[in-house]
Design a binder for this molecule. Structure first.
Ligand SMILES: Cc1cc2nc3c(=O)[nH]c(=O)nc-3n(C[C@H](O)[C@H](O)[C@H](O)COP(=O)(O)OP(=O)(O)OC[C@H]3O[C@@H](n4cnc5c(N)ncnc54)[C@H](O)[C@@H]3O)c2cc1C
Length: 416
């Protein structure tokens, strides 16, 4: 069924009797050409591009819970491509371009809103660093704009410009960045993949791999064995636990990251703002809530909830740049499990086991990567070679020392 304005009007006039389920609920078949583990954004996007671009239709996505229940439905919805390094910027710009055409590609309203992202500048040294990053973005075909103090004041007059510790001196804006309704991304990819024959199997946990003579033959699940020609793992925060079942130890740690939403307010924030002297990012949802977040909780965990010290830290950062936030009541908060890699950049690669492929290490930033990650992983699974925008995201960079360390923090996942 194609969704359209006409269809909405017709259904409104005829009692909404013509809507059908957006995807099927099939039982697993004994064997698929490709099995993807993880029905998050990345797994579902991979299935969509496998079917729509690479002609692979005998594909299943295996999800232990329900689709959208993981980080894809828990993030703060920000998309952008404002990276510095060559290994990253072309990939994230490819992703932003895919976001720009996503709703037409999926025939689904994912509420892609290019309302702009602005990184606030708080010192002269930071201005130099941000302008350098802006130039790298422009050289890679992205958009970037330096805003002086007067321009920032005009767009965001309520910010705390003269704070003695964190004075605001300007901003680096990416106008094509913005927000997307996160769970609609999971639903849109699921519907599009299902319509091309992909089986989406929910409430089915992968409990192990069947590996013989160095080759992966399929997956053991709570619904029995499912054979597969190739298996792609895209389970985000659960990456280390899943790959341990194949005997692999990853350069990844799992940490909790929390998100916060206030009560609904009248429109106040036109775009996304990030605090350059601390760690805080905020936007306003279409329902009016301020949606914000900050640092990870800083200890290893697989619990999808966080603790109070980080709540205090995030709220302090918010108060530092935007004191009026102190008047808003916090309505909801939750946590998700981040797969933090040692250099802060992801991995899309084959493993040493034939037929077993891995996608993970997205840290804080995997939501904006969803389309390109799905595309590049589909390419890897279909062609057994890296997509040109993701060529640097290999396992062996941790052995050869070719890190993609955007923040220059070294191998400290808790700082990325
Ligand atoms: C609070 C928070 C805020 C964030 N904000 C942003 C942001 O603003 N911008 C941004 O770009 N990124 C953001 N991120 C990061 C982003 O959400 C993640 O990097 C990204 O969603 C991870 O990929 P995914 O969608 O595939 O993960 P998930 O949705 O977590 O999908 C993985 C799936 O694998 C399933 N799974 C796990 N183990 C198994 C198993 N054994 N068998 C079967 N299924 C299994 C899980 O149930 C889960 O559904 C944020 C994350 C959090 C938690």
């Amino acid at each position: 069924m194609r969704y359209s304005g006409l269809k909405v009007i017709k259904e409104a006039l005829t009692g909404h009797k013509g809507w059908t389920p957006a995807w099927r609920d099939p039982e697993p078949q004994p064997r698929y050409d490709i099995v993807i583990i993880g029905g998050g954004g990345h797994g579902l996007a991979t299935a969509h591009y496998l079917a729509s671009v690479y002609g692979e239709h005998r594909v299943a996505v295996i999800e232990k819970g329900w689709i959208g229940g993981g980080n894809v439905g828990r993030n703060t919805t920000i998309i952008r491509s404002n990276y510095l390094l060559d290994g990253n910027e072309p990939f994230y710009e490819f992703s932003l371009k895919l976001w720009e055409g996503l709703e037409q590609d999926l025939n689904y309203n994912a509420m892609v809103s290019q309302r702009g992202v602005m990184n606030l500048i708080h010192s002269d040294a930071q201005r130099d660093a941000f302008i350098r990053r802006g130039n790298a973005m422009i050289l890679n075909g992205a958009d970037a704009e330096y805003l002086d103090l007067g321009q920032v004041k005009k767009e965001y007059p309520f910010l705390n410009f003269d704070d003695a510790r964190f004075p605001i001196k300007g901003g680096l804006a990416q106008r094509r960045g913005g927000t997307v309704r996160h769970d609609a991304v999971a639903w849109g990819y699921a519907r599009a993949a299902d319509s091309r024959g992909v089986d989406i199997i929910q409430n089915c946990e992968v409990t192990g791999f069947r590996i013989k003579d160095g080759k992966c033959l399929g997956v053991e699940t709570s619904k029995g064995f499912i054979g597969a020609g190739r298996v792609g793992c895209a389970v985000a925060g659960n990456s280390s636990r899943l790959m341990a079942k194949a005997g692999m130890r990853l350069p990844i740690e799992s940490h909790v990251l929390q998100a916060f939403v206030t009560e609904g307010l009248k429109p106040v924030l036109p775009g996304v703002i990030t605090f350059g002297a601390g760690h805080f990012y905020v936007s306003q949802s279409d329902k009016g809530g301020l949606v914000f977040g900050g640092d990870i909780d800083g200890y290893n965990s697989y619990a999808q909830r966080g603790n109070l010290p980080v709540v205090e830290d995030v709220c302090e950062s918010g108060m530092a740049i935007m004191p009026m936030i102190g008047r808003a009541r916090l309505l909801r908060m939750w946590g998700g499990i981040m797969d933090m890699s040692m250099d802060g950049s992801p991995i899309i690669d084959r493993t040493h086991i034939e037929g077993l492929y891995f996608n993970g290490g997205w840290c804080y930033g995997g939501f904006k990567a969803t389309p390109a990650s799905g595309y590049a992983f589909a390419h890897m699974l279909a062609r057994d070679e890296p997509h040109h925008t993701a060529a640097a995201y290999r396992f062996d960079r941790f052995r050869t020392g070719h890190m993609i360390d955007e923040k220059g923090m070294g191998n400290q996942p808790n700082l990325h």
